[in-house]
Design a protein around this ligand. Structure first.
Ligand SMILES: CC(C)(COP(=O)(O)OP(=O)(O)OC[C@H]1O[C@@H](n2cnc3c(N)ncnc32)[C@H](O)[C@@H]1OP(=O)(O)O)[C@@H](O)C(=O)NCCC(=O)NCCS
Length: 186
């Protein structure tokens, strides 16, 4: 895969950049929150776990094929950490790029996730050259589904009891969007 430049960019209200060691207490607070973690594979039990996660991210180059990269979502005014946006970079530009977003509970419902995801779709379908983006969600995750639909993702599949999650067989719903379906595509 050709190199993808690391985005450090601003939207109307947000900055997206790398997580830093100083983000650990804030990230631990919201990622450890029961509601935020309910449908996520990772719920940190200790701040050490969060510090180790950030250290791994800090050491990792951007856009490594086959890996997730977690960007910080920050308030532009003041720099406060609002959440994080995970990007999974597939082996080639012909494969689907995948996203996942988590926000602090007290900052949800203000359009921040939509704004951050919109900026990433601009990158993915613009300079990065992907043709397809996907999101994979538990059908009970209504906020995440509303977010994907509000951006224009279409539901493509509903896999029943697709994987074992914390001792329970759970469904997996796949949402997708093609570059030509993104209204802001060139
Ligand atoms: C999913 C999540 C990131 C959404 O964040 P958010 O900042 O509240 O979302 P936004 O304010 O940008 O809202 C985007 C759209 O979703 C809708 N929405 C958000 N939360 C909703 C909810 N609980 N119920 C119904 N609709 C909701 C908004 O109305 C908006 O729709 P619109 O653009 O048509 O007005 C947030 O709920 C979260 O962090 N959840 C926990 C983590 C998680 O499960 N992430 C998904 C992992 S795959």
């Amino acid at each position: 895969m050709n190199a993808i430049d690391e985005p450090v960019f601003a939207t109307a209200r947000l900055h997206l950049d790398r997580l830093a060691g100083s983000d650990a207490p804030s990230l631990f607070a919201y990622r450890g929150d029961e509601a935020v973690a309910r449908f996520q594979g990772w719920k940190p039990a200790t701040i050490d776990e969060v510090e180790a996660f950030i250290a791994r991210q800090t050491a990792q180059p951007f856009a490594v094929s086959g890996s997730w990269f977690q960007l910080a979502i920050r308030e532009k005014a003041g720099g406060e950490l609002l959440g994080d946006l995970g990007v999974h970079f597939p082996p080639t530009r012909d494969d689907a790029i995948e996203f996942g977003v988590s926000l602090r509970p007290d900052r949800q419902g203000r359009g921040y996730a939509r704004e951050a995801m919109g900026a990433m779709l601009d990158q993915a379908f613009g300079p990065w050259g992907y043709r397809r983006a996907v999101g994979s969600v538990d059908p009970r995750n209504v906020a995440s589904i509303a977010l994907l639909r509000s951006l224009g993702f279409r539901q493509e599949a509903h896999h029943v009891e697709a994987y074992l999650f914390r001792g329970e067989w759970v469904d997996d719903v796949i949402f997708a969007m093609l570059a030509r379906e993104w209204p802001r595509s060139g």
